[in-house]
Design a protein around this ligand. Sequence first.
Ligand code: NI
Length: 263
Amino acid sequence: MRVWVVSLALLAAVAGCGTQPMIQPQLARPQAPIEPRKLARRLEAMQPGWPTVRRIDCRRLKCVALTFDDGPGDYTGKLLDLLSARQVRATFFVVGQMVAAHGGAQLVRRIVAEGHELGNHTWNHPPLTGLTDRGLRFQLKHTNDLVERVAGVRMRVMRPPYGATNRRVAAEARRLGLAQVLWSVDTLDWQDRVPALVARRAGKAAVGSIVLMHDIHRSTVQAVPALLDLLAKKGCTPVTISELYGRTPAPGRMYSARVYKAR
Ligand code: NI
């Protein structure tokens, strides 16, 4: 909440809405140290922006996580319309440069407001394993910071471009509080721009699958209605990554599907 107040004040200042009153610093009273678990809970509660989590139990439901990479782009708005009409939530792995582009910030805000999950897909999509430590940190942190500034949320998941990761990438992701999310179903939607084909491949998802798609392609967005029909016919519930695992994924750890012991 506090973040929004500050950013609104900044916005007003930038937009030239008159002079801002000087804020008098308040003298802080000395406080007793906070017990660590209490502090963690308080920090969690302070994370602004993420909408209320739905009560979805993926231990009982047949959950499938749909993920859309490389946006936000020209077709993301249309995709959000389609998902919202069917009350479906997904995860968007956004590229910082696209968020910074014209219209990107509004789309990211809309993604959050409509209950989807946002993930970090680096600043400009290089294979992270070939970068220096500094380059690697820039790719993830710069994107994290921009998204936090424009949408008021701190991302909890990242996807390394091309799935290229190693111990250094994992360590940096952990430092920034990001879990690494790969996939178990690849639709190859960037290669074959045929909606029926994309829907059929994505529709092969099994319980616990994470499906890889790209919302920068019109054909992928066109595939979504048929895909949702296919999943509904199989009794599958589309969910976000955090919903699939029933909790915030652990920073640094790698996820590519939810594995069930017995169902
Ligand atoms: Ni990508």
